[in-house]
Design a protein around this ligand. Structure first.
Ligand SMILES: Cc1cc2nc3c(=O)[nH]c(=O)nc-3n(C[C@H](O)[C@H](O)[C@H](O)COP(=O)(O)OP(=O)(O)OC[C@H]3O[C@@H](n4cnc5c(N)ncnc54)[C@H](O)[C@@H]3O)c2cc1C
Length: 416
């Protein structure tokens, strides 16, 4: 018996973080990714990394300083608007006294996060342009896994980690459950070079994110790192709405106008301007899918999941990347703890490692899926902005109380 042969399917934030932590601690693994190369695809907008999940995993990967260097703390600023244009909360406006939690959950561009992770692993540990089709267990007691790709096979893995996102090809080995449509479709729009070409949108959005929640619809404008702003105009509509609604999404300017008038027509002119006019540099309709909370599964030695492959959820609590990174950290720890034991009994120790990892992982997933479901409800309800303002006020009070306590303690110490 020897060290396990590990295959990680998917070079998203989850798979790459696992690869980084394992490799940094002397455990070999191979990552297989369907993209042709690192720049094959737009990686999307920004994500905030929480101290106890995403940030912790990056610390363990030795990448926290890189993350800090590229993070965008100002992008935490939040502005909340109602459909009639009234501003109910604005952390960009110091005169309102509404402060967030600076430094607690800094944002980073997803592309930058992926670059940091990719730069830290050896180029030979990742195989691009490898699209997994299925995983096949071998016969007999000493089961191994063969990977079937569109362009051939890789054989003899002891552990296969499905970090391959929503439509995982590894997941079918553990469960028959499939993602289902969440009821929400997002029209993702983009504005580039905002500081020179889209000053109005830049001012409207502020330094971070601007949200409008309403019954059946949501609008989010978000600063990104490369002088761009992404706009997410989301609506509660049936699964086939994108193709059935009669809007030709390829004609993006016309589509934006029709979409705005039909679904946001009674909103304040500023909100309509954001969707119809300002965010004119890219349009992608996205149907949002999710896995059931409390996924039914049968554990299998040598196969596991992490991130969206294990617990796909909608983005309405902003935790998906964080949970994926926390999974990667826990799985890496569980494997590394047994590194010296794999020599003596590979199979039993792999089974122990997966048992130790999967229980808490699915528990954390369920907690965050419940939170996300609540987030979806309030993003698409008429009272959503009021609920969010209440929550932020509560948070600000706690923060203020903590600050006062700290000051009092300092004064006490100074007296002694
Ligand atoms: C619009 C939107 C906004 C979001 N905003 C946030 C946010 O603000 N904060 C947050 O924390 N989360 C957010 N999320 C969620 C977040 O994007 C995901 O939870 C996160 O990317 C999951 O990481 P992952 O590594 O598990 O999977 P993914 O990021 O999906 O990565 C999977 C990788 O596997 C590859 N792959 C897929 N299939 C195969 C195959 N068959 N063979 C080989 N490779 C394959 C893919 O190309 C990809 O590189 C958002 C999601 C959406 C859709």
């Amino acid at each position: 018996m020897s060290a396990p042969r590990i295959a990680i399917i998917g070079a998203g934030p989850g798979g790459l973080t696992l690869a980084c932590i394992l490799r940094r601690n002397g455990m070999q693994c191979n990552v297989f990714e369907l993209d042709h190369d690192r720049s094959a695809r737009d990686q999307g907008g920004i994500v905030d990394l929480h101290r106890e999940m995403g940030q912790l995993a990056l610390r363990e990967a030795g990448l926290f300083e890189d993350f800090q260097k590229h993070s965008l703390p100002a992008a935490e600023a939040m502005k909340l608007v109602k459909s009639d244009g009234r501003v109910f909360w604005d952390e960009n406006d110091a005169s309102r006294g509404e402060t967030g939690l600076p430094g607690d959950r800094p944002e980073i561009d997803r592309a930058k996060l992926r670059d940091i992770l990719l730069d830290s692993i050896q180029p030979d540990s990742i195989q691009w342009n490898r699209k997994l089709v299925r995983v096949e267990p071998t016969e007999g007691a000493n089961v191994k896994y063969n990977l079937h790709f569109t362009d051939g096979m890789e054989v003899g893995f002891d552990l296969v980690v499905g970090a391959d996102g929503a439509w995982s090809k590894v997941r079918p080995l553990l469960t028959d459950e499939l993602p289902f449509y969440s009821g929400i479709t997002v029209i993702e729009l983009k504005a580039s070079e905002v500081s020179t070409k889209k000053q109005w949108l830049a001012d409207f959005t502020g330094q971070g994110s601007c949200f409008m929640f309403d019954e059946g619809r949501t609008l989010v404008c978000q600063r990104n790192g490369n002088d761009s702003i992404r706009v997410y105009a989301a609506v509660r509509q049936p699964e086939t709405w994108v193709k059935d609604c009669g809007i030709d999404w390829d004609q993006s300017n016309a589509a934006q106008n029709i979409f705005t008038e039909r679904y946001f027509g009674d909103c304040h002119d500023d909100l309509k301007r954001v969707i119809a006019v300002e965010a004119s540099d890219g349009l992608i309709p996205r149907t949002l899918w999710m896995l059931p909370i409390g996924l039914k599964r049968s554990p299998r030695p040598g196969v596991t999941l992490l991130g969206d492959a294990a617990h796909l959820m909608t983005p309405f609590a902003g935790v998906g990347v964080n949970v994926a990174l926390a999974d990667a950290l826990d799985l890496a720890r569980s494997l590394l703890k047994r590194k010296s034991l794999f020599e003596t009994d590979l199979r039993a120790n792999l089974a122990d490692a997966l048992r130790e990892y999967e229980g808490p992982m699915f528990e954390r997933a369920n907690e965050n899926m419940v939170k996300t479901w609540g987030g979806l409800r309030h993003h698409f309800s008429a009272g959503g902005i009021d609920e969010r303002v209440e929550r932020l006020r509560g948070r600000a009070k706690l923060r203020e109380a903590a600050r006062r306590r700290e000051e009092a303690e300092m004064r006490e110490k100074a007296k002694q």
